[in-house]
Design a protein around this ligand. Sequence first.
Ligand SMILES: *[C@@H]1O[C@H](CO)[C@@H](O)[C@H](O)[C@H]1NC(C)=O
Ligand SMILES: *[C@@H]1O[C@H](CO)[C@@H](O)[C@H](O)[C@H]1NC(C)=O
Ligand SMILES: *[C@@H]1O[C@H](CO)[C@@H](O)[C@H](O)[C@H]1NC(C)=O
Length: 699
Amino acid sequence: MMNRTFTIISLHFAGFLSHDWVSWFTVKLNPLLPSLTAEMLQTVTSNTDCNAYHIIVGALSSVFDQMTSLRQQELTRIMLGYLKQSHPWSKFSSTCGSGTSSLSAWLEQSFGKFSIYVDYEDLRDLNTGFDSSLDLLSVSQVAQLTLHSGALNNAHLIEMVFDRLEGDNSFQDIEEFLEALSQTSQRLDINPVVRDIMMNRTFTIISLDFAGFLSHDWVSWFTVKLVPLLPSLTAEMLQTVTSNTDCNAYHIIVGALSSVFDQMTSLRQQELTRIMLGYLKQSHPWSSTCGSGTSSLSAWLEQSFGKFSIYVDYEDLRDLNTGFDSSLDLLSVSQVAQLTLHSGALNNAHLIEMVFDRLEGDNSFQDIEEFLEALSQTSQRLDINPVVRDIMMNRTFTIISLHFAGFLSHDWVSWFTVKLVPLLPSLTAEMLQTATLNTVCNEYHIIVGALSSVFEQMTLLRQQELTRIMLGYLKQSHPWSKFSSTCGSGTSSLSAWLEQSFGKFSIYVDYEDLRDLNTGFDSFESLDLLSVSQRRQLFQDIEEFLEALSQTSQRLDISPVVRDIMMNRTFTIISLHFAGFLSHDWVSWFTVKLVPLLPSLTAEMLQTVTSNTDCNAYHIIVGALSSVFDQMTSLRQQELTRIMLGYLKQSHPWSSTCGSGTSSLSAWLEQSFGKFSIYVDYEDLRDLNTGRQRKEPSS
Ligand SMILES: *[C@@H]1O[C@H](CO)[C@@H](O)[C@H](O)[C@H]1NC(C)=O
Ligand SMILES: *[C@@H]1O[C@H](CO)[C@@H](O)[C@H](O)[C@H]1NC(C)=O
Ligand SMILES: *[C@@H]1O[C@H](CO)[C@@H](O)[C@H](O)[C@H]1NC(C)=O
């Protein structure tokens, strides 16, 4: 698509003005930009002046992350070529971007996110600002330059900076440099590649001094100076660190690493856990007491591993801390619950498996019940790791599901609205299937209500899978209910029925399915049976309703399924009045009342609309649809484009002049198709537009 679009528009580049570059590269072409090739960029830049070039770089930078690294590098090469060549209109390197206030602003304007790939040599050729020999600058000036030159985003520049810092006084210089960086008020946004380089070179220097580090050195390096670089600490580096630390310093470092845990890959997290375990296992003179002053097992686990504890085996824990040794078999269920809360088991997969092994004895149903009751009575917030929660739900469900056949209503209530609540986000579709096989309509409503209350803690996929099971349950015919007639039939309204039947999951249910389940959703289908005055009443109700909606100050966040239904119903009614619509009716419906629903307008509906509109009304509607273009699927966008094209092609009495008053091709394109223009073939444009030109009086 980019290819064909580009072929067409590039013919017009020579005549492009500044606003054309803006409207094409920041709006119309935006969805296709990740497909722009180096060759295309070459063509573009051979037609642009400095301002237009900056517009294009900004646009490409905004889709940088959607390109392959190879494409990114190819485009960088073209940008560099553009900036280096001497243009007739500017002694380039001295004037393009020379109005920028800083080197980093210049770098941003000239290359955007592509700056990561530009060599320092090239930067110096282009901008004399990079020329100042770093050797002449003080360390704090180097830190300033680093912040303002974009070095935190450029591998070559940061290597230069460290080359400067690695002089006779490298330890002090690096220290001063990192202190200056950490004192800046701006957020340090370091590219991960650059950060790896910074950590590597910093570590190489400071590790030489580790042997002499005192407690406060570990604190000041690991909890202050190194913090922005810590996510780049490797297992090898941690090994070097821990071979120099005593127990206290080790705890400081674990705390620091734990605070950047979420910025690391899972692989890095596991590699570091391995080093921590190695440290704690090897015999130090002090190892017998390291952490022994902690008040509880979970405090010990926190100090020893921080967030990394999730990766430690139970066997290893037992080796390290005899507290984990106490045979669980000797403990009562409520003691097991206490141990679970205080040992960190809610964060450790191995420990929780142990706990369930203990619970699964002769009396497993009662023991699990007592255990969950004890957990749910604790005053502390249960912060269960999702992996651990999945295990707990799986093992609990395996046991209690054996008893479902005998469950009475109050059992469903007490399990699903109390005991299981902390685990419910881990309920799978398979489990819901098993549960609903055993429930009558009322009990089903209890379960739906419970699941609805933890809806937000589930993944989108899980939400959809559970909806499928609910739908299956409601559709099948149970012996005890002629379903569609009785389950939920006591509800007073359609919306109450929807809430009881699906809760928050209702957004995933198709309109078709709703109609199958509840004939109430059918009502507007009987529109033809309504009297003329009833129809008019319905029309006015809808009009008032939409007016009220569009006047609300809050953002209307209508789920697509609901919006489709609203649009379908609304359209069915208002389309009966289209024949009598005047210009101001089209304006008030399509630019005000219908706006929140417009993304749900189908091709079929647009066909109905355009068969009732003249050229002016058509332009109003295209403008309105264009304003919600980005909320439509690409498929919908293309279907609507097809209808627009059909409208413009068919011969209306007025078609010879529709749009002929526009001053330029681009204005004509905008009026005729809006943002949908990207889907129009060149052939079609030529058909439509030469027609227009022929009709234009030569002036
Ligand atoms: C720094 O990087 C080099 C090159 O990848 C590597 O050989 C060296 O071990 C690293 N240094 C540290 C301290 O990790
Ligand atoms: C529990 O997990 C096992 C292993 O993944 C799986 O085979 C089993 O079906 C699960 N049980 C339930 C009740 O989902
Ligand atoms: C509304 O939806 C029904 C059922 O899907 C469909 O048959 C009908 O054509 C739709 N109406 C409009 C105006 O699109």
